[in-house]
Design a protein around this ligand. Structure first.
Ligand code: ADP
Ligand code: MG
Length: 716
């Protein structure tokens, strides 16, 4: 349709502006039509009535029925934002929060950040006029630190509750309290009741943060205590758990539309599911009718490598004979690129969407007719006995497999290719274990402590984590200096740590670096470690990639290597940005990254994170010093920060992690893979067929007892 609006085709009196206007109103019309045809559109009135009748409502509806995009708009229309109140919608995934907010802004015909906005960690587009606010569940938890009554919200929707992320679970408990506190406070004015103790959280925060927190305790402002409506939304059919948790709350089901999907299995297990995916993509493309393909992969690295394999293969075909358009979607994709997956492919082209499990239920991409499901997902796994958290690639659950195949049948009959034998399907778990049962809890406990929850073991979790896991995490926080002997947040370290939007070990590293005069370096480190992988080594170019990395690599390890990359990118940016225009500059930056086998997406993301945590550090009054080239100081700070992840070499060349006793190996991607120093610290444990540690640096064993005596003097 775009082409037909060229200046010549619409008559001699038209101009560019008019054309854009026609195009614009055509698009608005199309959107209005799409909205009307969603299954949820026919139940708007009933839904609003239910929300008005019930303070807590559970809404279960098939994926793609319009829950996330439409319900907030219905509520807005029904007056839930009167008096400047806000409707908050939480998502477990940042990409969902961002893309949905952009879509809803467009549906409402407003600019993002006005009536509709989103706020995720390191990226906030909301303003004082925002009334429909999409955000991550973790972000709302942080808001509760500063505004314990969440007073600006009239409705909070916890979306994708079936995902049962640890943040969602904690949020549900928190909201339960906030809701009862707000309805109580209409009658009498008390603090929020967490289990046993009444704590005036706001008061202590006000003291802590120099009065930044809300003034919710002022009695004259009763408006803030207006009752809070809670909506829990979920794609799966298990409303019972939520309903029971909220005292037999009402639940409603929204009928979706689902066409039949044919399921195909492989005859034998596939050795390499990336290869198998690639082959299946081209098979579908050559044998099947029109329709887009959605492939589920486990992460950015896999997606980028398949993306490259497809594009390489396309260049081998005669020009134009293979009309495939590849679009990736994953969490760290720059937000301006995320919307590309929703745009239809150019006419005659088939779109191949390479997605993480974000496309399972969080976002619905139109046009998909074929799904390729290798059957894996990257998940957190935690062994409380060994106190080791790792990211591992595990088989999906049955319910995930069903959700994935369902994506092929939204607009018509579809096909799903599971890249494993049918017998394997039967062996899958029915559903995924809630994350709270398989993650380290120190982050959550730190936040709960900051919210004034004293009795963590007695806390009203929707599902209790194991006692061992709680105790291990308390111990960890204690050894990081965040908790006092009687399990209170320590002053100032514990409070500072709770304030930083980072993993507790990283927060502690920044605080320590401020004392070691190497905060600039540690900010870079933490930012670079917060993205999936800076280096990018395509399978067929491993050798070239290794050579390229050499010019950044430090014999001391990966941390300094990452700093070298960051500093080199600074140099590049400083030199080029002055003389080039933006577009040209972008291109040069991408080329520079490509030549150096660096993922430009990851680096950009890391630079973004760096900018933001630096602001936090500044606001907290940390000492923004650089150690320049005195890397000894920096490495000592690494040892002092990450002593919980120290390991020593064993005679056969493997390493023994000192805290857990686990036997691990240095990951081949590390610059220390061959050197194998005597003693190391690491930041990540990955488990494939054996246990690998990534992001490794050389330290001196003696530093451990010197710098972390509270831990090592006792232990060893
Ligand atoms: P649910 O939350 O019930 O799974 P959603 O509200 O997310 O459903 O999606 C409703 C519809 O909106 C779907 O058809 C989906 O394709 C469409 N949609 C959502 N986001 C976008 C977007 N950014 N661009 C185009 N269409 C979108
Ligand atoms: Mg949704």
């Amino acid at each position: 349709a775009k082409g037909s609006h060229g200046p010549c085709s619409t008559g001699k009196f038209s101009n560019g502006k008019q054309n854009r206007q026609t195009e614009f109103s055509a698009r608005r019309q199309k959107i209005a039509q799409q909205r009307k045809s969603l299954p949820i559109a026919s139940v708007e009135k009933r839904l609003i009535e239910e929300v008005q009748k019930n303070d807590i409502l559970i809404i279960v509806g098939e994926t793609g029925s319009g829950k996330t995009t439409q319900i907030p708009q219905f509520l807005f229309g029904a007056g839930f934002c009167r008096d400047g109140k806000v409707i908050g919608i939480t998502q477990p995934r940042r990409v969902a929060a961002i893309t949905v907010a952009k879509r809803v802004a467009e549906e409402c015909g407003v600019e993002l950040g006005q009536k509709v906005g989103y706020s995720v960690r390191f990226d906030d587009t909301t303003s004082s006029s925002t009334r429909i606010k999409y955000m991550t569940d973790g972000l709302l938890l942080r808001e509760a630190l500063l505004d314990p009554y969440l007073s600006k919200y009239s409705v909070i929707i916890v979306d994708e509750a079936h995902e049962r992320t640890v943040h969602t679970d904690i949020l549900l408990a928190l909201l339960k309290n906030v809701q009862s506190a707000r309805s109580r406070s209409v009658a009498d004015d008390q603090g929020i009741n967490f289990g046993k103790k009444n704590v005036n959280v706001g008061m202590s925060l006000e003291k802590e943060y120099g009065g930044q927190s809300s003034s919710f305790l002022k009695k004259d402002n009763h408006d803030k205590y207006a009752p809070l409506k809670l909506i829990i939304m979920s794609a799966s059919l298990d409303a019972r758990t939520f309903s029971e948790y909220f005292g037999s709350a009402k639940s409603v089901h929204i009928q979706g539309r689902q066409f039949p999907v044919d399921i195909f299995y492989t005859l034998h297990p596939e050795e390499d599911y990336l290869d198998a995916s690639l082959i299946t993509i081209f098979q579908i493309h050559s044998k099947e009718g029109p329709g887009d393909i959605l492939v589920f992969l486990t992460g950015q690295e896999e997606i980028e490598s398949v993306e490259k394999l497809i594009n390489d293969r396309l260049t081998q075909f005669p020009e134009g004979s293979q009309k495939l358009q590849v679009v990736p979607i994953f969490a760290a994709l720059p937000s301006e690129q995320q919307l590309r997956v929703f745009a239809p492919a150019p006419s005659g082209f088939r779109k191949v969407i390479l997605a993480t499990n974000i496309a399972e239920t969080s976002v619905t991409i139109p046009g998909v007719k074929y799904v390729i499901d290798p059957g894996f997902v990257k998940a957190r796994s935690y062994d409380p006995g060994k106190d080791m958290e790792s990211l591992i690639i595990v088989p999906t659950s049955k319910s995930q497999a069903l959700q994935r195949s369902g994506r092929a049948g939204r607009e018509g009959p579809g096909k799903c290719f599971r890249l494993y034998p049918e017998s394997e399907f039967e062996k899958l778990e029915d559903s995924t274990k809630p994350e709270i049962k398989r993650c380290n809890l120190s982050n959550v406990i730190l936040q709960l402590k900051a919210l004034g929850v004293d009795d963590i073991l007695g806390f009203d979790f929707i599902e209790k984590p194991s006692r061992t896991a709680i105790i291990k995490s308390l111990e960890q926080l204690f050894s990081l200096g965040a908790l006092t002997d009687d399990c209170q947040l320590s002053d100032p370290v514990g409070h500072q740590m709770a304030r930083l939007p980072l993993d507790p070990v990283y927060s502690k590293a920044l605080i320590l670096a401020s004392q070691y005069n190497c905060l600039e370096e540690m900010l870079i480190t933490v930012a670079m470690l917060s993205v999936e992988s800076i280096f990018y080594a395509p399978r067929e170019k491993q050798v070239e990639a290794r050579t390229a990395i050499k010019c950044f690599s430090s014999p001391e390890g990966d941390h300094i290597t990452l700093i070298n990359v960051y500093r080199a990118s600074n140099d590049f940016l400083e030199k080029r940005s002055i003389e080039m225009g933006k577009a040209k500059f972008e291109k040069a930056f991408r080329k520079w990254c490509k030549d150096n086998f660096i993922s430009s997406r990851s680096l950009r993301h890391a630079r973004d994170i760096h900018r933001q945590i630096r602001v936090h550090a500044e606001q907290m009054g940390l000492n923004l010093a650089s150690c320049g080239d005195d890397m000894l100081q920096y490495r000592r700070c690494l040892a002092a920060s990450f002593f919980l992840n120290a390991a020593v070499k064993q005679p056969e060349g493997t390493y023994r992690a000192l805290a857990s006793g686990l036997v691990v190996q240095i990951h081949p991607s590390s610059v220390l893979f061959r050197q194998k120093p005597e003693c190391i610290i690491f930041n990540e444990l990955v488990q494939t067929n054996s246990k690998y540690v990534r992001n490794v640096s050389r330290i001196d064993y003696l530093w451990l007892t010197e710098l972390a005596p509270q831990y090592y003097a006792v232990k060893n």
